[in-house]
Design a protein around this ligand. Structure first.
Ligand SMILES: Cc1cc2ncn([C@H]3O[C@H](COP(=O)(O)O)[C@@H](O)[C@H]3O)c2cc1C
Ligand SMILES: O=C(O)c1cccnc1
Length: 367
């Protein structure tokens, strides 16, 4: 994909349908419940309407897209996990035995694992082979990849998003597998926001105090070496990101273009979502945050997106593990919108209806 083709694609992404959102909000106000009492489920149903252009929606078919790649920065000792775990877990995902894929299987969601840069000869026919290179460069010493490779990875994500839409998926989660990718994610987040790496960096899949200090130092060195331009997310991904992050960014954009709800998982996924929104602000309308990862950068990335995660479960696994859970929340929002009676249908007393139309008479105080 050329730079120009990418720009044309970005311009084709349309924001949410405001008229459909207004109609959905009116319908929510008519449903037989105290106003606002279904909280985030109401907001979600309105956002889904904006995305599809329909007040009533269904979320029956869901998929998790996983992008797997290794990261050269692991040479700096920033991860306690051996690099080979990227390959083993990618294969395990296709067998439904990892955290994410066991959840996906339990809820009947499909999983598609795509290799964009695993540092191994992958001999697993269930893994989609789109390898761009084996691992990336060590960002503390060299760029992760060329700009062209970043664009290619983005186009792989777009392709998988488009395929999911063609397969009739009504919600798609974006996950990853890549040892060392909490380092690259924190580096990309620091580059995009200007926040200090110390504020954004966590222990990932687990680290000793010494290695944790080293991880923060490595991110600082990478940012000093490359000085990525925050106004150029593709350049940021190429300099200090990863092939997984770039492909995930493309997937968020592709789903926004196809008007399919795109569900972010933990730190890595939410940083990719932020890259997508920096490239195309309209993409935000398609993004839903599944859960609040314990990684410290997560909260800052969610704040930058101006979106709140559905769930607080203390999770910090990655893989896309929050997505099957979030699909249930999307389904719940649809069930409310599609199944609840209106006040008129429920024959609710007229005096009550009058009281909820008088704002002061019906205020709920939050502590
Ligand atoms: C057994 C195992 C399974 C995983 N599944 C996801 N991750 C998570 O950990 C990695 C990022 O953490 P770090 O940056 O510290 O390497 C990613 O692959 C992420 O998906 C795992 C990590 C491990 C050890
Ligand atoms: O939040 C995540 O996605 C995460 C956290 C730790 C390790 N791997 C992933």
């Amino acid at each position: 994909m050329t730079e120009q083709e990418f720009q044309t694609f970005l311009r084709s992404i349309r924001p949410a349908d405001r008229a459909a959102m207004d109609a959905a909000a009116r319908r929510q106000a008519e449903l037989a419940k105290p106003p606002g009492s279904l909280g985030a489920l109401e907001d979600v149903s309105i956002r889904l309407a904006g995305l599809t252009g329909r007040v009533k929606n269904r979320i029956d078919r869901c998929r998790v897209l996983v992008f797997a790649a290794d990261n050269g920065v692991t040479a700096e000792g920033v991860s306690a996990t051996p690099v080979s775990v990227t390959l083993s877990q990618s294969i395990n995902m296709t067998r439904h035995i990892t955290g994410m894929s066991a959840l996906a299987a339990a809820f009947g969601d499909s999983v598609v694992v795509t290799d964009v840069g695993i540092d191994a000869d992958v001999r697993c026919p269930e893994i989609v082979d789109r390898k761009i290179r084996r691992s990336t460069g060590d960002i503390a010493r060299e760029p992760a990849m060329t700009r062209e490779q970043a664009l290619t990875a983005i186009s792989v994500g777009m392709e998988q998003a488009q395929r999911a839409a063609q397969d009739g998926m009504q919600a798609v989660g974006i996950g990853e597998m890549g040892i060392g990718n909490t380092t690259t994610s924190a580096a990309v987040l620091a580059a995009l926001t200007g926040l200090a790496p110390e504020e954004l960096t966590g222990r990932g899949a687990g680290l000793t105090d010494d290695a944790f200090r080293k991880k923060k130092d490595v991110i600082r060195r990478a940012l000093t070496l490359h000085r990525p331009d925050p106004a150029d997310p593709v350049g940021v991904l190429a300099a200090v990101g990863g092939l997984d992050l770039a492909a995930m960014t493309g997937a968020f954009l592709g789903l926004a273009a196809a008007h399919v709800p795109a569900v972010a998982d933990g730190l890595i996924s939410v940083v990719a979502a932020l890259c997508a929104v920096r490239l195309c602000p309209a993409a935000r309308d398609a993004i839903f945050l599944s859960h609040a990862s314990k990684e410290p950068g997560y909260r800052r990335a969610a704040e930058e997106l101006g979106l709140a995660p559905f769930l607080q479960l203390g999770m910090r696994l990655g893989e896309g593990s929050g997505c099957p859970l979030a699909f249930q929340v999307l389904k719940a929002a649809c069930a409310v919108m599609n199944g609840m009676a209106t006040f008129a249908e429920a024959a609710i007393n007229d005096d009550y209806l009058e009281s909820i139309r008088t704002p002061d008479a019906f205020r709920v105080d939050t502590p």
